[in-house]
Design a protein around this ligand. Structure first.
Ligand SMILES: Nc1ncnc2c1ncn2[C@@H]1O[C@H](COP(=O)(O)OP(=O)(O)OP(=O)(O)O)[C@@H](O)[C@H]1O
Ligand SMILES: [Mg+2]
Length: 225
């Protein structure tokens, strides 16, 4: 079973009473361990697709299945569990909490879920992103690339089956961005995590197993590399 399946998904937003068709009957399957790059012009629907995949929002019609479960069928408790246990989300702007240390930022999803884990779990995730030894620092003591790696460690703290990343390298220089992308690719191989990245970067696109080109809320082309 695919870890993510979008089946004839449409998403309309209402702005000033006028519908905006952000996604138009889009179907896509993502398998475990697959690295998918979503590309296309600004406004083509990349972020909308990621938000639906992460159950942050719901389709107007069609179905979004995460690990075989339709997000629209879930009640509050099920949705919270899905977001906390299955899905990791990385934002362009990192969204670290500046009053918390690196360790505390990485552990935040566990704290929110009321779970206690030994510090070793956060330590291991920081090692995955090559940030051993920086756990006691605060975000303002880190570079942009390091902050983004903390955000990745945080998204991985609960070993999600699928990691959704919205322009994770958008705020980084090319070299740092490439390090992050290589890291994401390594995760797909070593942890069998599926990754869907919305990106304007050609490097990201070239690392992906699958390149999905969107246009006006539809898939224009799928390239398997
Ligand atoms: N909350 C919203 N309310 C109304 N319209 C929205 C909303 N979010 C997105 N849209 C519209 O839906 C369409 C798709 O937007 P989306 O954010 O998915 O594009 P994108 O591909 O992520 O673009 P970008 O590359 O600029 O991030 C756009 O026309 C956008 O204006
Ligand atoms: Mg976007």
């Amino acid at each position: 079973m695919s870890i993510l399946s979008l089946q004839d998904v449409s998403k309309d937003y209402l702005t000033d009473g006028q519908p905006v068709h952000a996604l138009n009957g889009l179907s896509l399957n993502v398998e475990r361990g697959e690295f998918v790059a979503l590309v296309g012009r600004s406004g083509c629907g990349k972020s909308t697709l990621l938000n639906l995949a992460g159950a942050m929002d719901f389709p107007t019609s069609g179905k979004v299945l995460v690990d075989g479960v339709s997000t629209s069928s879930l009640k509050d408790g099920g949705l919270t569990r899905l977001r906390r246990e299955r899905v990791g989300f990385i934002f362009q702007s990192f969204q670290l909490l500046h009053t918390l240390t690196v360790f505390e930022n990485v552990e935040l999803p566990l704290l929110l879920a009321g779970k206690r884990y030994p510090r070793e779990v956060a330590q291991e995730r920081l090692a995955w992103v090559n940030l051993e030894g920086l756990g006691d620092r605060y975000p303002h003591q880190l570079s942009g690339g390091q902050m983004q790696r903390v955000a990745i460690a945080r998204a991985l703290i609960h070993s999600p089956s699928i990691l959704l990343a919205d322009e994770p390298t958008g705020n980084l220089d090319t070299t740092t961005g490439n390090v992050i992308l290589e890291l994401l690719r390594r995760l797909t191989r070593e942890q069998n995590t599926a990754i869907v990245v919305a990106t304007h970067s050609l490097e990201a696109a070239s690392l992906a197993n699958t390149l999905v080109r969107l246009r006006d809320g539809k898939i224009e082309e799928i390239t398997r590399c």
